[in-house]
Structures are given as structure tokens and as C-alpha cells.
Design a protein around this ligand. Structure first.
Ligand SMILES: Nc1nc2c(ncn2[C@@H]2O[C@H](COP(=O)(O)OP(=O)(O)OP(=O)(O)O)[C@@H](O)[C@H]2O)c(=O)[nH]1
Ligand SMILES: [Mg+2]
Length: 320
């Protein structure tokens, strides 16, 4: 453990919703530092209570502005909100983190709002894993709603949306061919569709296109609603939060549990990796020494050696 921050520090800090502790816990899980293991242990058993809402759509559709408006709406309903804004680092939206801070700065001083940007570059374990861990930290800290904003440009974003119990896909007129901009894969995962920038002339056309593209009711009879918003002045945002809450309320226990289980499974994998990793580093089976030497000499591939070492230590862990 580094800097003496242990499981108790994180558990105490997160449950007390101490912003410094939350920030440190997120940094730890983002960077996969030694502290990450302490954080994961601290949050175990404390997740699964938040309504995780994914918000995605093409660059510039107004997602961050809408998130800002949603925060305001949820706060007026007395609900606490955390936001994870995944910075696409794409050529379209350079400086997104700074921009998001500006757009959400209105709520910066509200102790019941926590906004965090996650850079999508340079993540060891993949963006979706990192984001899942950040969501878990905020869930454990007791926020009622955790909003995850991503730019809907690819598979990574679609993967991230599997963390959410409700997915809102935001579209806007003036992005070229709007339906093309909202990639087919993203449309399929939408629980609620939003035509933002409804103040623009072409909003009717965008809405029509979405009506044509939207699929039939899902297995529980939910037909993806299409709502209009003007994020810049809050028009339609109250309806949007109501519809998203309806969607959540209508989820059966199995569906809700599926998203939680996915996250719990990731936590389990991370904790298990920690155990195996320590056993390999510290174990006294001579085979581990031999494997390490052969990797060093280039006589065996790292992947092959890792598999053999894992087999060796898991046998031992199984017997112990
Ligand atoms: N006219 C109009 N402009 C809007 C509306 N909502 C957002 N905008 C503007 O659209 C631009 C992009 O808004 P953002 O909230 O940054 O969009 P985003 O989807 O988060 O963008 P990226 O994160 O870069 O993908 C900003 O200039 C907003 O002020 C709206 O309802 N009407
Ligand atoms: Mg944004």
C-alpha cells in the first residue's frame, strides 16, 4: 500500500462522501496503482444501489450541456448526482475535458454533485474497465444517479454503455446525416432517444428520421421514446428525467441485476488477478523462478510463461 491509504481510509471516506477521498479513490483505480486493490476491497458490498445512466451520441450533439441541465433537474428533485465524462480525445472534440468543466461548472460548488472526467488515452486495462471502476466508486459513495457521458463513435463506447441500466442516445440536427451520425450499434442500445437542439429548424426532420429508424418494442414492451430537448435552456429536461426514471422503474430485477453483475464480475476479476499476481511474485515454487529466468533469457514467451505460472500458483492456492 502506498502512502498509508488503506481499505479503512477508503471505505470510511467513500461512505462519508468525502470529496478528497472520492477523488483519490478514482485516481487510484484509473491508474491501477497499488492503492487500487484497497479501493476495490473498500467498495465491495457497497455497490449496486445507484441508477447508472449512460448518455451517448455524436460529437457536438450537446451531451455535456444536457448533462449539466439534467444535474440541475435531478438536484431540484432532491437527488444526488455523479457524472463520469469520458473524454474521447478525438480530433472532433479536443479540449473536451476543459469544455465539460466549463459546461458543468454551475454545479461545482454543490456538495451533492461530483463531476469527474476520465481520459480515454493510456488506460492499461481498457477504457471500459476503468470506467466501470470509477462508476463503482461513485456508486459506493452513495450518489443516487451516476451519469456516464461518452461520445458514441465506436465499439468502446458501446461497451461502456453496458454498464448502464438506462441508455440515453442524444442526437441533434445539423450534424450532417443525423442517422449516420448516430451509428446503428448505438441506436440499438438506446432506451431513450433525445433530439437535442430542438430550437433549430431541422429538429423536425431529425425526429422523423429517428422515428423511422427506431426498432419495435423490446421483450418487455418498452418502445424507445423520442424526446425533444433544448439543453441550453432546460426545455424538455424534466420530461427526460421522468422518462428515464420510468425506464428504470420498469426494469425487472433480472435486467437490473445484469448490469450490477457485470460490474461485480469485473471487481471479482480484478481482485483475483491481485491474488494470483502476489502468489507469482512471492511464491516459493522453484518453477516460478525457472519460468522467470526463461522469460528473461527470451527462451519462452511471456504469455506462455504466465499461463504456466498461473497454473502452478492456482494449484497451490487451491490446496491451501
Ligand atoms: N442551439 C442549441 N445549441 C446547443 C444546445 N445544446 C447544446 N448546444 C451547443 O452545442 C455545442 C456542443 O455542446 P456540448 O454540450 O459540448 O456537446 P457534446 O455532445 O458534449 O460534445 P462532445 O463532448 O465534444 O462530443 C455547444 O456550443 C452548446 O452550447 C441546444 O439545445 N440548442
Ligand atoms: Mg461533451
Amino acid at each position: 500500500m502506498t502512502a498509508g491509504r488503506d481499505v479503512d481510509y477508503y471505505r470510511g471516506g467513500l461512505l462519508a462522501r468525502d470529496r478528497v477521498a472520492i477523488g483519490r479513490a478514482i485516481t487510484a483505480v484509473e491508474n491501477d496503482r497499488a492503492d487500487a486493490a484497497a479501493v476495490l476491497r473498500a467498495i465491495a458490498g457497497h455497490t449496486g444501489k445507484a441508477h447508472v445512466v449512460g448518455l451517448t451520441g455524436p460529437p457536438g450533439a450537446g451531451k455535456s450541456t444536457l448533462v449539466n441541465a439534467i444535474i440541475g433537474e435531478l438536484r431540484s428533485q432532491g437527488r444526488t448526482v455523479a457524472v463520469v465524462a469520458v473524454d474521447p480525445s478525438s480530433p472532433f472534440s479536443g479540449g473536451a475535458i476543459l469544455g465539460d468543466r466549463v459546461r458543468m461548472s454551475e454545479h461545482a460548488s454543490d456538495p451533492h454533485v461530483f463531476v469527474r472526467s476520465v481520459a480515454s488515452r493510456g488506460h492499461l486495462g481498457g477504457l471500459s474497465r476503468t470506467t466501470a471502476r470509477v462508476v463503482d466508486v461513485l456508486d459506493a459513495a452513495g450518489y443516487d444517479v451516476v451519469l456516464v457521458e461518452t461520445v458514441g463513435t465506436g465499439q468502446a463506447e458501446i461497451d461502456i454503455m453496458h454498464l448502464a441500466q438506462s441508455v440515453v442516445v442524444v442526437c441533434a440536427p445539423g450534424l450532417g446525416d443525423e442517422i449516420q451520425a448516430v451509428k446503428a450499434g448505438i441506436l440499438e442500445i438506446a432506451d431513450v432517444l433525445v433530439v437535442n437542439k430542438a430550437d433549430l429548424d431541422l429538429a423536425d426532420r431529425t425526429e422523423r428520421q429517428l422515428h423511422e429508424a427506431v426498432g419495435p418494442a423490446d421483450e418487455r414492451g418498452w418502445i424507445t421514446p423520442i424526446l425533444r430537448t433544448i439543453a441550453t435552456d432546460g426545455t424538455g429536461v424534466g420530461d427526460l428525467t421522468a422518462v428515464v426514471a420510468d425506464h428504470y422503474a420498469g426494469l425487472d430485477a433480472t435486467t437490473t441485476a445484469a448490469a450490477s453483475t457485470l460490474r461485480a464480475r469485473r471487481q471479482l476479476a480484478a481482485a483475483a488477478a491481485e491474488i494470483v499476481s502476489r502468489a507469482i511474485e512471492e511464491g516459493d515454487d522453484p518453477l516460478l523462478e525457472t519460468l522467470a529466468r526463461r522469460v528473461g533469457e527470451g527462451a519462452i514467451s511471456l504469455g506462455e510463461a504466465a499461463e504456466e505460472a498461473t497454473r502452478a500458483v492456482t494449484n497451490e492456492l487451491g490446496n491451501g
